[in-house]
Design a protein around this ligand. Structure first.
Ligand code: FES
Length: 581
């Protein structure tokens, strides 16, 4: 690609560092304070390293060392690195849910970049929300950026069975609740569930979103699939350090890379990898920062073309390390290249097609992990269902659901809130059978707030004891990409803003027909209108915040079908450069 190279005087960092003014003096004097000479930074691209490492972000526990490798690469290429810590968002730790803080990290990333003297940024993340958040912020500033995925944790096994993060936690938890797992086995599992640093090793949200980052063009080719502790991972980080300096000189900015075509490529990739339904929320939010609309219907359009090819848990039986040895994401993209727009630009300065040229699936074993289009793991990755219960749509994952429940009609068992559900789900007198439809309200973007991953409600204990392991479950919340079950998620509009989900009552019949893409509450319109009027009068008691970030969130979050971003952060308007006061 031929590009006009930037000149030193074009670097935004020079506004801070170069002028012979009192402010310029202060900036240089402070760098002298920390041991830097003028030659270290003057006339060099300044690279911000946004690192989501923290003691409590266990998936990112190696990123502190990896940032050092990025620094080495930056210096080798003639740049000057500054590390800027950002909120870590460890998925299993942050309560009530990391999703509440995805927009927070996106804002933080945007402002960290904008207010510091940086010319380009390296984004270090991987645990679920960190990937979309960092990229959303970087898209809004539109300075050259590269995303470094943390990499997945290594394969692990429990008593001879290969176990996947999240997927088997849920499976064994159900067995323990059913009385089939002894305490010593449970304790042993705790010690071997997650063996190494790195993200969940299944096709969970982390794996899904780092695949999105790479296919959109924001990671080095192949980076997605490198295991966290592989020697290739620090080498990749060092290479990123070198490449970002060059990108600054090339002025290769995110919005020349993240286009409508590359977002469509991302949807197809999520479908092929059997990825998380969370992508249905994150992708519209990311696209919205680039002025691109991604309606839910696109998932349906591409569902017809792209089956699930990655044999990864929870839809399949392999883990990310197997996927890496099979050829990784580049090999998967090669399998679907006829369906991708290969002309999309990437951070390498080359097209997606050039980046995956020569990629292939390795051997017979590899063929089982990354399947051919003619031999998919499942025909359908993600389905969008609509109807009077979800006029703007809801999503589900047929590849991780039970075939016998794909067409099902049953009576609703309704929980008004998450607290109501936890209080009653296991009670002996809950009026529930295997044919019931479990409905959980008020866990949407506004209702929870933050749309937690509580959409795969636990199977009631008394049904577990009868051998039931799956039921139709419906909510306005999300589900972990590592989990499975016949769960209808992201029902939109959500209950807390008066969506029809708010009107469901115990005993109402609900009909799900995935093949027909239908979800219907079998209650007539007149009754629905009566209930809606009553709902408005009652002003349902979902928690409303008057102060704090949660108040800002509830006032400005959009609905799930358009990304649950803040309304005031969408769009492509670039703010003026900060005044150097
Ligand atoms: Fe961090 Fe799953 S908990 S990626």
């Amino acid at each position: 690609m031929s590009v006009a190279r930037k000149r030193i005087e074009d670097l935004r960092s020079q506004r801070w560092l170069a002028p012979d003014t009192m402010r310029g003096f202060s900036h240089r004097a402070r760098l002298a304070q920390t041991g830097w000479n003028r030659d270290d930074y003057l006339g060099r691209p300044v690279i911000g390293i946004l690192n989501t490492w923290s003691d409590i972000s266990t998936c990112h526990s190696h990123l502190r060392e990896r940032a050092q490798k990025v620094r080495e690469g930056v210096i080798r290429a003639g740049g000057w690195p500054i590390e800027l810590p950002a909120m870590s968002l460890g998925e299993v730790w942050v309560k009530p849910t990391t999703m509440l803080y995805r927009n927070f990290l996106a804002m933080e990333a945007e402002e960290l970049i904008r207010c510091h003297p940086v010319d380009g940024v390296v984004l270090m993340g991987g645990c679920d929300k960190t990937t979309p958040a960092l990229l959303m912020g970087a898209f809004s500033v539109n300075l050259p950026c590269i995303f470094i995925p943390a990499g997945a944790s290594s394969n692990t096994s429990f008593r001879g069975e290969k176990v996947g993060t999240g997927t088997h936690t849920m499976k064994y938890w159900n067995e323990k609740r059913a009385g089939n797992m002894a305490d010593d086995a449970w304790l042993e599992l705790e010690g071997c569930m997650t063996r190494t640093p790195g993200t969940c090793n299944t096709a969970g949200t982390a794996t899904t979103m780092t695949a999105v980052a790479e296919v959109l063009g924001f990671s080095l080719p192949g980076a997605h699939s490198i295991p966290a502790i592989d020697g290739a991972h620090p080498r990749m980080c060092s290479e990123v350090g070198e490449r970002i300096v060059e990108m600054v000189w090339e002025d290769l900015t995110p919005r020349t890379i993240a286009t409508e075509a590359s977002f469509h490529n991302a949807i197809k990739t999520v479908l092929a990898i059997g990825g998380s339904t969370n992508a249905c929320v994150h992708l519209p939010a990311m696209a919205g920062r680039c002025g691109v609309e991604l309606p839910l219907d696109l998932w349906e359009r591409y569902n017809k073309e792209i089956p699930v090819l990655a044999n990864l848990m929870p839809a399949g039986d392999a883990l990310m390390e197997d996927f890496y040895f099979a050829g990784g994401l580049k090999a998967l993209l090669k399998r679907i290249e006829a369906h991708l727009d290969l002309n999309c630009m990437t951070i390498t300065g080359k097209t997606l097609g050039e980046n995956i040229a020569g990629a292939k699936v390795h051997g017979e074993q590899g063929d089982n992990v990354i399947r051919a289009l003619s031999n998919p793991v499942s025909r359908e990755g993600i389905a969008v269902v609509k109807g009077n219960l979800a006029p703007r749509g809801a999503v589900m994952k047929p590849s991780a659901a039970s075939p016998h429940l794909m067409k099902h009609t049953g009576p609703a068992v309704v929980f008004e809130t998450f607290a109501d559900m936890t209080a009653r789900i296991d009670s002996a007198d809950l009026n529930v059978t295997k044919d019931s439809v479990l409905v959980l309200k008020n866990i949407g973007p506004v209702g929870a707030p933050g749309m937690p991953e509580a959409g795969n409600l636990p199977i009631p204990k008394k049904l577990l004891a009868e051998g039931v392991r799956d039921m139709v479950r419906i909510s306005d919340g999300r589900m972990s990409g590592t989990h499975y079950g016949t769960c209808v998620l992201h029902v939109c509009p959500e209950a807390a803003v008066g969506g029809p989900l708010a009107l469901v009552r115990d005993g109402d019949m609900i009909s799900l027909d995935v093949a027909a893409r239908k979800i219907e509450l079998l209650v007539d319109d007149a009754e629905m209108a009566k209930r809606h009027a009553a709902w408005q009068d009652a002003k349902p008691a979902t928690m409303r915040y008057n102060r704090s970030y949660a108040a800002l969130y509830q006032q400005h979050v959009t609905q799930a079908d358009v990304g649950a971003d803040f309304d005031f952060l969408q769009g492509t308007e670039l703010l003026p450069e900060p005044t150097i006061f």
